[in-house]
Design a protein around this ligand. Structure first.
Ligand code: AMP
Ligand code: MN
Ligand code: MN
Length: 325
């Protein structure tokens, strides 16, 4: 599917819903805002939507006020653009209503993308959805990338490449980031907000997280656990877990790291809690395949899924994967 077909659809649209995945990371937020701003340049009526609150570390981004937590009247939209979602359900509860929007455009870089929607622009080789949105905006007539768009695109690329460290740190990622800096995105300001502003409570939580790390017998798999109890004890709110798991992955010889994040505590011990499991791997270990087998998705070296389980059972299930490492 070509970018031009997507541009043609956007051109003839009157009211566009833009949405990205729940519990958004920098890419989900950056791609959402930058495309929203570009479509506003075209004087399109838009609504940018994310079901979850925007994490505090991204609150500095210009034009965040554009993002709503409700979709409004779904029948008003003729087109939806779904960003950074491997599956339509990733946008949250609005997915079933959203599916009724006549034209659905799917823009994403996950290798596990289900190819939902009427028009797809999917590139697993792109560093981030923000990179793909950059390409799209660059092909839109009469739109020049302003400072606000530049900040959003830069932040999306920076977040998804782990500050230009992960395997998706391509020449294109650097090239576009360079352009965004020339257009006004200040790398120091972004890094300062995203990485260098930490509360004392957060440090105390990190302490507990480090303490929670367990290794498999062969030392190749690490599990880190984040419970509601820890959040309560330290008085912290976790709105973006994506950075935390790297501590578990840094350990020497570890090929696969898992973060078990208890999103909702279980009412009774037997029923188990709602967990989000983040997986990260080194080299050939494909965590997207593991996540997909549990109904989730992601990239070969970074993936996730949601599951209801007791902590003990979940640990056992994950430790099982150490045998193949
Ligand atoms: P996370 O560990 O939550 O930061 O996610 C790592 C990668 O996997 C991201 O690219 C996510 O978009 C993707 N991912 C996480 N959870 C899910 C899920 N439940 N379904 C599909 N993809 C997911
Ligand atoms: Mn994302
Ligand atoms: Mn992404």
């Amino acid at each position: 599917m070509s970018i031009q077909q997507i541009i043609n659809q956007l051109k003839k649209s009157n009211h566009i819903l833009l949405a990205s995945h729940t519990n958004p990371d920098g890419d989900a937020i950056g791609s959402l805002i930058s495309l929203g701003l570009a479509l506003q340049e075209w004087k399109k009526k838009i609504r940018t939507y994310n079901e979850s609150p925007i994490p505090a570390v991204y609150q500095f981004l210009p034009s965040l006020h554009l993002v709503h937590r409700t979709v409004g009247d779904i029948s008003e939209f003729d087109t939806a653009v779904i960003l950074d979602c491997s599956d339509l359900h990733r946008i949250g509860e609005a997915a079933s209503d959203g599916a009724k929007i006549p034209a659905i455009i799917n823009i994403d870089h996950h290798s596990t993308n289900t190819r939902f929607g009427n028009l797809q622009y999917i590139d697993p080789n792109a560093s981030s959805t923000a990179e793909m949105v950059y390409r799209l905006i660059s092909a839109m007539e009469n739109v020049s990338i302003d400072r606000g768009m530049a900040y959003s695109i830069y932040t999306g690329i920076m977040a998804d490449t782990g500050s230009f460290r992960f395997a998706n740190t391509t020449p294109e990622a650097f090239d576009i980031s360079h352009k965004m800096v020339l257009l006004g995105a200040d790398p120091h300001k972004v890094a300062h907000h995203v990485y260098e502003t930490i509360s004392l409570n957060r440090i105390k939580l990190l302490n507990m997280l480090y303490d929670s790390i367990e290794l498999s017998e062969n030392g190749r798999l690490s599990i880190m656990t984040l419970t509601q109890n820890m959040l309560q004890t330290t008085g912290t709110i976790i709105d973006d877990v994506s950075g935390l798991i790297n501590y578990a992955k840094q350990i020497e010889n570890v090929k696969l790291a898992a973060l078990l994040f208890e999103r909702k505590r279980s009412p009774g011990k037997k029923t188990g809690s709602d967990f989000h499991v983040s997986l990260r791997s080194e080299g050939a270990v494909n965590v997207a395949a593991i996540a997909t087998s549990f109904g989730g998705g992601g990239h070969p070296n970074a993936a996730g899924f949601d599951i209801q389980a007791t902590l003990a059972d979940l640990k056992q299930t994950i430790f099982h994967f150490s045998k193949n490492l």
